[in-house]
Each structure stands twice: as C-alpha cells, then as structure tokens.
Write a protein that binds this ligand. Structure first.
Ligand code: ARG
Length: 465
C-alpha cells in the first residue's frame, strides 16, 4: 500500500477484507454527509490530542508541526468549500485524517496513535454540543429580555386569567408574560446543568479499554476547555446520556414555546381579539381573502412534536445496547442536529415575534369584565367583614347567579340589591369589584398586582444583566 492508502483505496479500515461492500451498504453505513458538520470539533480534538502526544514524546515535535500545518490547510479547504468529502471514507473523522495523511505523510498516520474513532466521535459530539448549548443559552436570554420588555410595556393591562380555560380571576398582562420568563429561565438553567455533564473528555478511552501509551488526558481536557475527563473508558465511548439529557431539556423548552404559541393563537382568534401578531409571521389563505393565519406559532407548536420525537429516538437508540461502543450510536447525530437547529430557529424567530406583538388592552379588559372574574374578591371582602370563607363563597355564588339572571356584572348591581345577599356589604365594595381593585389587591410575592410585576421585572433584568 502507498503512503496515501487511506484516501486511495475504496475502504478505509483494513486489508483484512476480501470483498468490497455494495454501494447501498456504503451509503447505509456512512455518516459523512451529516457528521461533517462536526468538522471544527474534529479538528480541535485532533489538535489537542496531537499536541499532547508530542508533549508526552509519543510523537516527535516535527510530526506535531506537520499535523498542525496540515490541519490549518484542511480548515481553509473546508471553509472555502474546496474540501472533497468522500463517501468511501465513511465519516468526518476518516475524511479529515485521510486528507491530513495526503498532505503531510507519515505524521498524519501517527495522529491516531492511542486513539480510536470511538473516543474520537464521543469527544466531537460533546465539543460540538457544548458550543451549541452556549448559543441556545444566549437565545434563551434574548427571549427572556423580549418578554420582559413587553411585560414592562403592559404591566397594568388587565385580562381574564383562566383555569380550565374559563374566566377565573383578572390578571395583569405583565404577570402573564412573566410566567413565561420563569419557564424560559428554568430552561436556561437546565441547559447550563446539561452543559456540565456534556463537557467531559472521552479521548484517552481509545476503542473501549484505554490505551498502553502514556497519554496525559487531563492536559487534553484543559486544552479543549473541558471540565475534566470521563473516568471509565467503557462508559465514555458508549453512553449518550448527555445527548438524551440535552434532548430532554430541549423538549421541555419547546413545550414551553408550544404553550405560548397556543395562547398567541387563541388570543389572535377574532372571538378574543386580544393581540395581533406582526404580518411578517403570518400568511394568508389561497381561498379565503380575509384570512391572516398565525403560521409561526402554529409551526412552533408542530415542531415541538418533532423535538420530543428526537428525545424518544435517542432514548430508544440507547436502550438495548451492551457495553461498549456500537455502531447504533452513529444514529445519535441526526436527531441531535435537528433538535439544535429546530430549537435555535424557533428561539430566534420568537425573540422577534414577541417584540412584534400588539396588545389590545381594551379587548382584554372587556373580556375580563364578562365572566364574573371578581367574584372571589367579593368573597374575600366578606371574609374581611368577619364571615367564614365557606359562607362567603356560598353568598357570592348566589349573588353571581342573580347577576347572570339579570345579565349584568356584579359591579353593576346596586348597593341595596347586594345588601340583600349580606347586610354588611357597604359602598366600599365597589372598589374591590373593579378589575383594577382586584389586581391591585393581589400583592403576595409573585402575585399579579402591577407593583409586584414591576418588582419581578427588575429582579429578572438584574439577573440577566
Ligand atoms: N461514524 C461513527 C459514529 O458516528 C464513528 C465511530 C465509528 N467507529 C467504529 N468503530 N466503526 O459513531
């Protein structure tokens, strides 16, 4: 075999095989057309490994120089699009290694000393995912800031709060938006926690058992900015729990986006008319000229299913695998890549979409006046006059029933009528029966009063600064 054997022959691994695999099998087993997107991680991992091999005198200084020079050129070739990815070379690892050997000869063939594609690929995914997590984290921060902005602009706007999707109590729009800030802040926290477990180094585990070369794994971990090494070689090359964890965190995040989407869609419905979404996120209908559809929220809700599906795929992929590495694991990449792409695109769009929401305060307040949303306030009023809560509840239920019969709101019943339900009701009742009185009274920490909302907005802004 020539020195360029790796990129010359039709299969990359060995002279052992007497029969070539069919084109279909080649395509079936190759991963280069998707895993090439990890090329930067692959080169970074190889450079850190080679630098350590030289420091440990496992390869010579001049081999290290050659490897570095070759990788610099490969990086340029990939960036410029000149790099020729070959299906025959199976994956990103063998493609880059073959090109390196072609460019620098024997030094390229020494790069793989004390390494296997098993610990190499596990390292690559972790490096790649770590950087993607940082991007997702940044986007989550932007989305929280966008939500805080709209919450601040409409901190006092009142809308009906629902339970069971029935009018329950009035809440402020700022408070409603802050609920999502809380959700996305936990998503960001989860991403940070997942990152700690992603950012550990498998290299040095070799194929499965470790290696007889005197590798300095801690040094490689430091070079790659990782938080330490994986401490069991069998585990390091085989488990993909970090990918499942990421997919789980991503799924929860998308479920939050999906809930927000559902609300935006409902609010945009003509029967509600609570908000409008900027035209750039909507499309029309080819048959109904009046239609403006909330496409982006609908698709975000739909794409949530696909991300949750990827989580299921990854869990199932791992389920039956014995230790250590199995080729099944190659199937971890596409779900992971698609999860990252979907989450990043969704967050980017939502940062902009949230900023472009028009709040229709009048429609919200009108709706809040409809469903006897201040009935609890009347009950609380009676409790403050000395009634046990259960009796107050009963009394107000009767008053609501009466008001429904008359087709009026509680606040529209004259004082003498209200007093028939309880003699202690006085003129001051009207201040609790108004929407403003109701929300302003809910001053518990984390409650809906505009004052509390402003306090929380400041707290979040300080946290995100
Ligand atoms: N393309 C493979 C993957 O993604 C790399 C590791 C292959 N190792 C092996 N021994 N075939 O998992």
């Amino acid at each position: 075999m020539s020195t360029n054997q790796l990129d010359q022959k039709s299969q990359a691994w060995s002279a052992l095989f007497s029969e070539p695999v069919s084109d279909l099998v080649k395509r079936y087993t190759a991963s280069v057309f998707f895993d090439k997107r990890m090329w930067q991680a692959d080169i970074a991992g190889s450079l850190a490994h080679a630098e350590m091999l030289a420091a440990q005198k496992i390869i010579s200084q001049s081999d290290w120089d050659d490897i570095r020079r070759g990788m610099t050129q490969i990086r340029q070739e990939i960036e410029s699009g000149a790099f020729e990815w070959k299906l025959e070379l199976e994956d990103v690892h063998l493609n880059i290694e073959a090109r390196l050997t072609h460019l620098v000869g024997d030094a390229g063939k020494r790069l793989h000393t004390g390494r296997s594609r098993n610990d190499q690929v596990a390292t690559d995914i972790r490096l790649w995912l770590r950087d993607e997590i940082d991007l997702v984290y940044g986007l989550l921060r932007q989305l929280q800031l966008a939500l805080l902005d709209i919450a601040a602009r409409h901190a006092d706007v009142i809308l009906p709060g629902f339970t069971h999707l029935q009018v329950a109590q009035p809440v402020t729009f700022g408070h409603h938006m802050l609920a999502y800030v809380e959700m996305f802040s936990r998503d960001a926290e989860r991403m940070q926690e997942v990152r700690r477990r992603v950012n550990r180094l498998p290299l040095g585990s070799a194929a499965l058992a470790g290696t007889s070369y005197p590798l300095d794994r801690e040094r490689v971990a430091r070079t790659l900015d990782m938080d330490g090494v994986c401490n069991n070689s069998l585990d390091a090359v085989s488990d993909r729990d970090f990918a499942m964890e990421f997919a789980a965190a991503a799924s929860i995040l998308m479920v939050h986006v999906s809930r927000l989407s559902e609300e935006l869609i409902i609010w945009m419905n003509q029967s509600f008319g609570f908000i409008d979404i900027a035209d750039r996120f909507c499309t029309g209908s080819s048959i109904m000229p009046q239609k403006k559809n909330p496409d982006v929220p609908e698709l975000a809700r739909g794409k949530t299913g696909r991300v949750v599906g990827h989580l299921m795929g990854l869990l199932t992929l791992m389920k039956g695998q014995p230790l250590a590495y199995n080729h099944d694991n190659q199937e971890d990449k596409e779900p992971l890549f698609d999860t990252v792409d979907t989450v990043k695109d969704t967050l980017r769009i939502f940062v902009d979409l949230v900023g472009g929401i028009t709040v229709k305060a009048e429609a919200m307040e009108k709706a809040a006046l409809k469903g006897y949303a201040t009935a609890t306030d009347l009950a609380d009023y009676l409790v403050k006059k000395g009634l046990p809560f259960r009796d107050a509840h009963e009394t107000v239920a009767k008053a609501v029933r009466y008001a429904i019969g008359k087709g009026v709101d509680l606040s529209e019943l004259p004082l003498n009528v209200l007093q028939e339900f309880h003699p202690d009701i006085a003129q001051d009742v009207y201040s609790v029966l108004t929407l403003q009185g109701s929300v302003e009274s809910r001053q518990t920490l984390g409650g809906t009063a505009p004052e509390q909302v402003r306090y929380q907005i400041e707290r979040h802004r300080t946290r995100l600064a």
